[in-house]
Write a protein of this length. Sequence first.
Length: 136
Amino acid sequence: MVDSADHFQGLVSYVITSINKMLTTGNIVTPIALVVNRDGSIEVVKANATSEKIVDHVGLLQAQLRKKAEQFEIMTSCVAYPDYANNQIIAFLENDDNYCVKLLMPVVNRNGLKLKADKITTEQGAVYIFPVKQLH
């Protein structure tokens, strides 16, 4: 069985690739969500929000993922969005055991914008998607 570390690593790789593609094609990053489904497949979830506010897109993504989590459709999730003020992408990873991590991924301008993958830092995350499991 694949563990959460493998899921997180796979989602982070996919996010890095997706963000770099957005940066090279338009220098704009839209919020993105990824999930690992119960069958092990990775699915991209997009917010179809009419608002231009990043917070609205992130809120819609979280709501969509919460619904999937409540129906036990997903095992692991990732929500990533730009933090333009600090030249970084923020990503929250979470699994159905409520293990959470926050990634800070710096964006640099070296012959075009791209993520500086070797400078990614992690912080303790918080539960946003999966129902909180009670400890007995």
